[in-house]
Design a protein around this ligand. Structure first.
Ligand code: GDP
Length: 295
């Protein structure tokens, strides 16, 4: 994960580690290397510039404190700022309500259905909940089959209506079913499209209005870099979602989406998914992610 970014940052710091003192010149050089590394990791130029300007300012401010070496000082500053860029503190995940309704949205192929299974598994095994997963994709019968298989693997119930073409009605019926069978979390997997379109947004917005979700999670493939950030903007404008799920972090992803979605849409990343197995889901901790990036 983010291997290239990590290596590039390491090189940037290495050049500084040999220096006895931090100076305007070595700060400027390091900051330039960091900016290039971020841009190559698919961070938008403006954000990369703002980020490194802040690093520079902090380093200048602290250079008189000769307590620690220039290399250590810079690593610390970058780590703090990366953490901040990714949201600072970890975000809360709201499962209040009986049942708590969680709406899952995103483009087709982003990993929505896989995540729906993983989240149900997480809530069942880690939070002691009894979830009901709902296949509200009225266009692709295969999506129902896929969620049925996942639900079987993790041992949770699934709700689907193969003949019903009204996604809002399916969602409401699922909630009724959850109440009748003592399920305390309902996770609704919605239909995805290959690109953001009006009909899709209207459908998810209608489900949102009908079910009053505790959480609306926007699922996005982290491999898509800047596109992920732009898609997040489009979904957030329409849905005002409560959190982001970054998928496919096990792949060869460069990092831009993870680093800048929070900054761009001002919504926290809540989970990261890194594999096809149902257990490969993690709560997102900005500080830990920053630490991993910096090795
Ligand atoms: P949906 O169309 O948004 O519901 O996406 P799916 O859940 O069907 O996922 C699309 C493809 O990505 C499937 O082949 C999944 O197995 C795969 N996938 C989903 N999440 C991950 C992940 O975190 N890592 C990897 N490597 N593959 C994933």
């Amino acid at each position: 994960m983010f291997q290239n970014l990590s290596e590039r940052l390491e090189t940037a710091f290495k050049n500084l580690k040999g220096e006895a003192r931090i100076t305007d010149l070595n700060i400027a050089n390091t900051v330039k290397d960091i900016r290039r590394a971020l841009i190559d990791a698919d961070v938008n130029y403006k954000i990369a510039k703002e980020f490194t300007d802040k690093i520079k300012e902090k380093a200048m401010g602290e250079k008189v404190l000769n307590a620690i070496s220039p290399g250590q000082l810079m690593v610390k500053i970058v780590q703090d700022e990366l953490t901040e860029l990714m949201g600072g503190q970890e975000a809360e995940f709201n499962i209040s309500g009986n049942p708590a309704v969680i709406l899952i949205a995103g483009l087709q192929g982003s990993g929505k259905t896989t995540f729906t299974g993983k989240l149900a598994n997480y809530l069942k095994t880690k939070k002691g909940k009894s979830p009901l997963v709902v296949a509200a994709d009225i266009y692709r019968p295969a999506a129902i089959d896929q969620l049925t298989v996942l639900a079987g693997q993790i041992g949770v119930d699934i709700y689907a209506e193969r003949e019903n073409k009204d996604a809002v009605a399916i969602a409401l019926n699922a909630i009724k079913q959850a109440k009748a069978t003592n399920k305390n979390v309902v996770i609704i997997d919605t239909a995805g499209r290959l690109a953001v379109d009006e009909a899709m947004m209207t459908e998810v917005a209608n489900i949102k209005a009908a079910v009053n979700p505790a959480e609306i999670l926007f699922v996005v493939d982290s491999m898509t870099g800047q596109d992920a950030v732009n898609t997040a903007k489009a979904f957030n404008d329409r849905l005002d979602f409560s959190g982001v799920v970054l998928t496919k972090l096990d792949g060869d992803t460069r990092g831009g989406a993870a680093l800048t979605i929070q900054y761009t849409v001002n919504k926290p990343v809540k989970f990261v998914s890194s594999g096809e197995k149902m257990e490969t889901l993690d709560v997102f901790y900005p500080a830990r992610m920053a630490q991993r990036i910096l090795g």
